[in-house]
Design a protein around this ligand. Structure first.
Ligand code: ADP
Ligand code: MG
Length: 323
């Protein structure tokens, strides 16, 4: 998207972005601090994230690492404390209340872990799918056509006339994906959508997300604890302590039923050049506090800091682990 197009959108994008200007989703040094009384929790601590249009990305990380916070920010239901978030043409930090409603109605769809939170319990499957389209002002005939289409797409047309309690957990989540897709969002966010399901059912739900990505053209960001899910996507981002710490890239599997794709894990460098060295590496070589970086012709090597009499890093907030 050109700069002039973005500027033309006025309040949505008050400034032309640089970092990740051609990505669909950009999180730039995102910070989210929760305050309750004297207690402060830094749920996101300068998270950078880029997702290109058309990607299906898995986000993994320990409980409490900030995954849900990230999805809440991207879905427009939570405001970050600092940083920049852009999704398509929308500057998520600068949206008015009205923008936010439009954004949530048309730009992003979401599926939460608790199947019960995704569906209105007293409406049938098809009525649940019709609802967001009615809010968006879609005409009656088009609503009916689209509802049948998305239910069929994710394989739950048989749930059209059932209430959520008459569906299995996996069916509920697939209907929830149909609901999320109803208004053809460019982005589908799913927070542990298979967290309450057994492996076989998880696979069906994941297939529905894949369909949403491939056939409905949605860019999908799925938070998961499920290794069988993260193993099936081209890119898995690990969040640690509110930052993206590593990325696993896989050559896209399934082109011609080839052998499982080889995966390569990368550490993520943030915009200030910081890289988190994995604990195993640090422990194996007793790397603490001060390390020596050496620029080689085509790589950088890292050496344990010697006792060469360098001054103590007075400007740093060192952890005191220097020996
Ligand atoms: P995850 O989804 O990876 O388990 P969360 O994003 O839910 O992690 O939470 C990240 C951190 O923020 C945790 O320490 C959590 O306790 C804290 N947190 C999340 N939501 C709130 C809230 N509404 N108020 C205070 N702290 C919160
Ligand atoms: Mg969570």
């Amino acid at each position: 998207m050109s700069q002039s197009t973005l500027e033309g959108l006025g309040a949505r994008t008050p400034q032309a972005p640089q970092f990740g200007h051609d990505a669909l989703i950009v999180c730039d040094t995102l910070v989210r601090i929760y305050r309750s009384g004297p207690v402060e929790v830094q749920a996101l601590q300068g998270l950078d994230l880029l997702v290109d249009e058309g990607e299906l990305v898995a986000v993994v990380g320990a409980s409490g690492s900030g995954k849900s916070t990230l999805l809440h920010v991207l879905s427009g239901i939570d405001q970050p404390t600092a940083g920049r978030v852009r999704v398509g043409p929308w500057d998520v930090m600068a949206m008015s209340r009205r923008d936010r409603v439009a954004y949530r109605r048309t730009m992003v769809g979401f599926v939460w872990q608790q199947a019960a939170h995704n569906l209105v319990p007293y409406l049938t499957g098809v009525q649940n799918v019709l609802l967001p389209m009615a809010f968006a002002g879609v005409g009656r005939r088009e609503r009916q056509r689209r509802a049948a289409e998305v239910l069929g797409m994710v394989g739950v047309r048989h749930c059209a006339d059932r209430l959520p309690r008459q569906m299995s957990g996996g069916e509920q989540q697939r209907v929830a994906i149909a609901v999320a897709l109803a208004n053809s969002p460019r982005v589908l966010l799913a927070d542990e959508p298979t967290g309450e399901l057994d492996t076989a059912t998880s696979q069906e739900v994941f297939e529905a997300l894949r369909t949403a990505n491939r056939d409905a053209g949605a860019t999908v960001v799925v938070v998961t604890h499920d290794p069988t899910v993260s193993e099936q996507v081209a890119r898995t981002l690990a969040i640690r302590d509110g930052r993206t710490s590593t990325e696993v890239l896989r050559a896209t599997a399934g082109h011609d039923g080839a052998a499982p794709a080889a995966a390569q894990e990368y550490a993520v460098m943030d915009r200030a050049g910081r890289v988190q060295v994995p604990r195993e590496y640090r422990e194996a070589l007793a790397l603490t506090h001060r390390v020596r970086l050496v620029l080689e012709a085509d790589h950088v090597s890292m050496w344990r800091g010697g006792g060469s009499g360098g001054r103590r890093g007075s400007g740093s907030d060192g952890d005191g682990s220097e020996r």
